[in-house]
Design a protein around this ligand. Structure first.
Ligand code: HEM
Length: 315
């Protein structure tokens, strides 16, 4: 054994000793370990076995796969977000680094939405969509986690109810007034449609836990509690603005345009599979979801989703 090998055995012995394990047994295990391959590591077979169509229409495959790509990117976004959320005394460069990664992922989703808008035959979409009712991307749990992880709950509350809600409001009450309840609730009767009912049966309990978890460590609260020197860092502020813009205007508008292409096609306009009054619900100028309101000027807030669709101004 050469010196380097001796050092390695020493380190391994230390490692296993610290967890009360016999290093010899682990080294013997290595003798029998399989060679690593790309397909085992990346789990390609499992991944490529997850695309199951409900119809015979080929473009349904485009729809399924693009949604799956979105969910993978959402997972990457949450991965970065949690690294900010769970770092105590975070400094501006690290905060900025993770935000830049998140924005890159979201930019990729916004810029690729034409895969939906231009990548499927309208007549095929109008057929296979009927087999999906009452499901909708609205029921993406990861998308909701991204929202809870990004901002304070008040910024996710429907504008009509904001005055009735503050930091002492129970989570259950806040939950019932989140902006997205509007897509699934009849406001006259309060009755929830199947889109929302099914979503809640599966995730409501989980969401209440996450709302509480992120209450003190979401990106906006983390940013606001930074020391003055970090909070005024220009790169960080621009990264926050980029992220807010790319999610709440860029992605939302690209999504809206793709949806309009199908749902507004033909002489009789189609209803959303989830059943919402989607034109009003999805447009940023009505929805006005803003994660970091204090980082925008009054003028920018006033024109949110109206004339700033192209980009955001760097400070
Ligand atoms: C042709 C493609 C698409 C159409 C026609 C479409 C349509 C819609 C409609 C009408 C809604 C409103 C809720 C409802 O009543 O269903 C919605 C919500 C939503 N969709 Fe899509 N969508 C499409 C693609 C996607 C993709 C690829 C994703 C990625 C995961 C996605 C994610 C979402 C999310 C997260 C919401 C909730 C947004 C919010 O609450 O503001 N959609 N979609």
């Amino acid at each position: 054994m050469n010196e380097a090998q001796e050092k390695l055995v020493e380190r391994l012995t230390e490692k296993y000793k610290s967890i009360d394990q016999d290093v010899n047994i682990h080294m013997d295990g290595l003798v029998w370990a399989k060679q690593m391959t790309y397909w085992d590591y990346i789990q390609t077979e499992a991944l490529l076995g997850l695309q199951i169509q409900r119809t015979t229409l080929p473009d349904e495959m485009v729809f399924i796969m693009y949604h799956q790509i979105n969910e993978l990117l959402f997972k990457m976004i949450l991965w970065e977000m949690d690294q900010v959320a769970h770092t105590e005394n975070i400094v501006a460069p690290k905060f900025t680094k993770h935000l830049d990664r998140i924005s890159r992922y979201f930019d990729m989703l916004s810029n690729s939405f034409t895969i939906m808008g231009d990548g499927m035959d309208i007549d095929q979409y109008m057929k296979f969509r009927n087999t999906l009712t009452p499901a909708s991307g609205f029921q993406s749990a990861q998308y909701r986690l991204i929202e809870f992880g990004s901002t304070e709950l008040i910024n996710l509350i429907d504008y009509r109810f904001r005055a009735t809600i503050d930091r002492n409001t129970p989570y259950e009450h806040a939950y019932e007034h989140l902006y997205w309840q509007a897509a699934g609730k009849d406001h006259a009767t309060g009755k929830k449609n199947p889109l929302l009912q099914n979503f809640e049966n599966k995730y409501k309990h989980f969401f209440l836990g996450k709302m509480e978890e992120y209450n003190t460590i979401n990106l906006y609260t983390k940013f606001k509690s930074l020391p003055e020197k970090e909070k005024t860092n220009k790169d960080l502020i621009n990264a926050m603005r980029h992220y807010d813009h790319t999610v709440n205007i860029g992605w939302v508008m690209n999504h809206y345009n793709a949806a309009a292409k199908y749902l507004d096609s033909g002489p009789k306009k189609a209803e959303a599979t989830g059943g919402s009054d989607w034109h009003k619900y999805m447009h940023p100028k009505y929805q006005r979801r803003i994660f970091f309101p204090s980082l925008w000027s009054e003028e920018e807030l006033k024109n949110w989703g109206v004339d700033n669709l192209e980009g955001y101004k760097k400070l």
